[in-house]
Each structure stands twice: as C-alpha cells, then as structure tokens.
Write a protein that binds this ligand. Sequence first.
Ligand SMILES: [Cu+2]
Length: 238
Amino acid sequence: MNSKNCLIATYFIATVISSVAADISGKVTLKGTPPKEIVVQLDPLCGKLHSADSKVTTRHFVVGQSGELADVFVYLKSEGLSNAPKPTGQTAVLDQKSCLYHPYILGLQTGQTLVVKNSDPVLHNVHPSPVVDGNKEQNKAQLPKGPDLKFIFEMEEVLLKFKCDIHPWMFAYVGVLSHPYYSVTDKSGAYTIKNVPPGKYTLIALHRKSGKPLSQAITLGENGLAANFTIDAPEPLK
Ligand SMILES: [Cu+2]
C-alpha cells in the first residue's frame, strides 16, 4: 500500500470506529410512598389560566400506578468523555405555560443554547441561579407572550435552578453537562441515552427530592444496554 492509500484506509477505519454508537435505556421505579405534594397558592392572574376545580401542586414526585418515576435525570459521569461531540446547534427549550415551567427537569450541554419561551399572557421573570463559578446568574423580565430569551452555560452544573421572582412557586432544574449523554425519565419511568460510543462508564440517576444519586458501573457494547434503577422514597418526617 502506498502512503496515500494508507492514509485513506486509516481515515476510513477511524470514521467507522467513531460512527459505532449504541443506546442506553431503562426504567426508573420509586419504591415506597412519596410524600404528599403541596398545593400551590396561585395569584389571581395565574389562577385564571387553570380551571376553577383543578388544584396546582408541587411536582416533586410524578409517579405512575406501579411506581414509574418521571423527572429523573439520568446521565453519564463525564470522566473519559472529553472528546464527546460539541452541541450541534439544536436548542433546548424551556416554556412557561399556565405559570409553570415545562419541562420541570431538562438536560443541556455546555455551550448549547437554551431557549426560554413565555406562552402565557402574563409577565414572567426568568432567573437562572447557578452556584458553579463560570455560570452566570441572570435575571430577565419576559413580557406576556414576549420574545424568546436565550441562555448559554459554560460549566457543568447538575442541577442548575431556574426560578421566577414574580411567581414564587415557579421552578425548573437543568442538568448541564459537558457531553450530550443524558436523558430525563418520562411518565412511564423510561429513559434513553442515544448514540453513546462503546466503553466503560458510570451511569447516574438523580431524582431531585430523593437524596443521593444512584450510580452503576456499565460497559457499553455495540448492541446497547438496559439499566434500571429503583429509588427509595424518602422517609416521612417524624
Ligand atoms: Cu412567573
């Protein structure tokens, strides 16, 4: 093989290797009875956006009939992932609807744009409150159905709190990671982390109100992997 062909072959092999990727998926279940949610006292403007007979509560434990636990942030520990792909230009979206943030928990990559929308006929105040140096605290008013706001964070922070200073019940939490390998469980407790290169990792499941995150050492092959977690409900306060 001459040097030119050798170079082409090397490029081809490198491309094939880097294109092998697999999914990590599974379910998260809550064991035990979650604490009762607290009814939120809305102000009159936000109250009008909900039907009179519906009660708005905190969203700490969103649990299905068989313990399926939503809003668990499942992600890979960043060790060994310094060569992970950078954000592709696709944005993440956080919306304000009926005076609540949607979603409640979401993931974001460092350097990726988070678009915050206001779908409400109500003024909101978007106040990301990071605690990690290098992530900027900001506080921006957003007019009723006003233009989108955009935020970028440069440092990992799990979880970074968003709040609204006008409506003290409004919170969202953003898992900011330096790589794109994260997911949030849906109402069936299911998550999928897509297109991960094969390797050894630490997989972490974090539910904001359940104490310590759980972790599993995993070895991901080309065929993907299933990994489930069971999270204990916190002990009731005595
Ligand atoms: Cu608000």
